[in-house]
Design a protein around this ligand. Sequence first.
Ligand SMILES: *[C@@H]1O[C@H](CO)[C@@H](O)[C@H](O)[C@H]1NC(C)=O
Ligand SMILES: *[C@@H]1O[C@H](CO)[C@@H](O)[C@H](O)[C@H]1NC(C)=O
Length: 304
Amino acid sequence: MNRRINFMGYRLSGSKCLGICLMLTFVMGCYLAALPIRYEKEALPNPVRQRITSQETPKKRLAVLVPFRDRFEELLEFVPHMYSFLNRQKIPFHIFIVQQKDNNRFNRASLINVGFIYSKKDYDYIAMHDVDLLPLNDNLKYDYPAAGPMHISSPKTHPKYHYDTFIGGILLVTREQYELVNGMSNNYWGWGLEDDEFYVRLKDAKLTVMRPSNISTGIDNTFRHVHDKTYRKRDMRKCYNQREVTRRRDRETGVHDVSYKLHNTHTVAVDGLNVTVLNVELICDKNRTPWCQCPEPVKAAKKT
Ligand SMILES: *[C@@H]1O[C@H](CO)[C@@H](O)[C@H](O)[C@H]1NC(C)=O
Ligand SMILES: *[C@@H]1O[C@H](CO)[C@@H](O)[C@H](O)[C@H]1NC(C)=O
């Protein structure tokens, strides 16, 4: 039986219909086969191009290095504060708490050297950062300091130190700048002067220290200084020939010869925000820097 089918107004026999159907199937097949190719050409390039550009100019990554010992309260405030401050500036960063775990006097500079060595393969620049100094002004930009080390806590805004060559508190330095000056001196056990020596290193290397611009706040309201003078006593002792040696430029020690053992690392969350704690034992060469432990003062020595 020859069935007749009505197709687009044509009355066709079964065999003719089969032929047309096969042809249509072929044409549709070709069309569909061609579609994904055209679709690919039009729709894929955007994400691909984006991936390529973000590889060409990746955002520089910041390692915030915090030399640390016995400042737990300050740390609890520091971490959430820095997360919201740096996230507002969209800076890719991670915080490293470099904790000194030995019996020697605190050595801020050597701890920064250790933090630098630990973080340098993954980070493009560091912030040497006091744990008790919280930036309040959003115009303090923690961007990559290509033009020269950026002293965030300038003498005009630091709550306590106002001399022109002061570079303590918070300083941003690129990996290359830090290596160029051989990092910081390892001779500074106890409080102070290591940042002044670092200033001379930068100057000798012809690096220009930059300071933030467009800051209209002053010494009272640019930073919050979490520091209790009586409760947090500074270790101002000077023993052996420390006073004399630490007032001179150190042309020998630095990031290349900092002597330490990294005992372990911990990921610690403060309010759910991760930081990395490095437990560092600094090793003192007592022939070279005997003042890493001052002898205890004789008890009941004369008062006044
Ligand atoms: C300068 O500071 C003001 C006030 O904080 C701010 O609105 C402005 O965007 C800043 N200008 C620049 C160039 O950063
Ligand atoms: C924080 O650290 C924990 C434990 O190492 C990890 O499971 C978690 O994914 C980290 N969180 C973030 C936001 O990186």
